[in-house]
Design a protein around this ligand. Sequence first.
Ligand SMILES: Nc1ncnc2c1ncn2[C@@H]1O[C@H](COP(=O)(O)OP(=O)(O)OP(=O)(O)O)[C@@H](O)[C@H]1O
Ligand SMILES: [Mg+2]
Length: 440
Amino acid sequence: MSDSRLLTLTGVGGVGKTRLAVRVAAGMRRRFSAGVRFAELAAYQDPGSPAAVVAAAVGAPGAADRLVTEVLSNHLRDKQILLVLDNCEHLVDACAALVGQLLTQAPGLRILATSRQPLGLDCEQVLRVPPLCVPDFEQMPRSGDFGCYDAVRLFTERTFAAAPDFVIGPDNRVAVARACQLLEGIPLAIELAAMRLRALSIEQLLERLDDRYRLLTGGSRSSRPRHQSLRAAMDWSFGLCSPAEQRLWVRASVFTREFDKTAAEEVCTDNDLPRREVAGLLARLVDKSVLTSREDHFHMLDTIRDYGQDRLHGADERAGLRRRHRDWSLRRAARPDHAFEASVPHSIPAIVDAPTDNAELVAHQAKRARPPDASPLTLREQQVARLVADGLSNKAIAATQSIALRTAEGHVQRVLTKLGFTSRNQIAAWFAGRQPGRDS
Ligand SMILES: Nc1ncnc2c1ncn2[C@@H]1O[C@H](COP(=O)(O)OP(=O)(O)OP(=O)(O)O)[C@@H](O)[C@H]1O
Ligand SMILES: [Mg+2]
């Protein structure tokens, strides 16, 4: 905030923007002779409301609606004041106009905004609030105390408050760490999960995290409506997207890893979503904290992906998407510069389920995709195992395979039984042990 008079904290819903803003503002209050004022906008829908809410927050004298901004500017003109403008995303244009005017007319004013989307002003400094850090089971031994991870610490604290009888110790430490990883370090999700431990064991919680939106409900009565459940938090973001942005969000949820613009253009477009719109829509989804981007690639949290998959309605749309995704996967897999393992897993169901013109390529890919030591598994089980290894939930597997959730659960259970495993991690490790090169 020393560089800019406007700092906006952005990030996915429930990641901790408001909490961070409150902490930062509290730490800075001595620097402002007129103090820190807090204006919360979440409950207001009218574009005229930011000015009125801010006026009330800073104690500006009452004024007729059309004069509020003017009176407010006058009131702030000679004050050293920090204004926290909380939850601007649904009124982003109105907030931008107000903030632009106030900053011009009140030189002693600084603004700390929180929003799932930046305000888009030139003078704005944007800080994306990342999720809390979680253990990465692919990079580390599956033991240890995990207490150095913020997500695990928060989970432990919230569990202690919500379910004091639940003891976290050596027997369940790994399961707790795994839960934090699946919750992707999102504090709201962690808090909702901790509440569930009043009634569930950690193993039951882990199993049910396959369907995080059904599990993560029942927030505390004191929390805001959009924090009562994970779905409500995502509904809020989804509702702020245009129909075209929503469509791309839903369709891009077919990618279970990073993807680039070309992939989105090849897989997600049709008459309803023309190719030429993709670049702009991707940029707007990044802006709205639905995607993150790194270099030319886009990434979607599982939490956001699962929401998108839940929203994928309509057999036609689903079939078209699967077909385009299969074709794209096969084209990519055929490219000599592309690692097979990185691109094919999600195409496997489609390879088998749908006829294709390129029978030779399909046969070749299917042969390469088959684990050499997988004789106990049927072809379908091998596909399911691969999707599990790739991190898909049972629900996501059911969606990509177009089978009932219960059928997907049955396949996963049979894979575990046949391989003598007890966890999905073991399936992932089994696949990781046969990377290309060792596999031929
Ligand atoms: N670092 C943290 N440590 C402990 N609790 C946290 C942390 N960050 C967030 N929380 C808790 O997680 C919940 C969600 O946080 P917060 O309201 O700040 O999210 P947000 O990003 O502002 O969400 P939204 O986009 O919906 O406004 C709150 O109950 C908050 O207290
Ligand atoms: Mg907030």
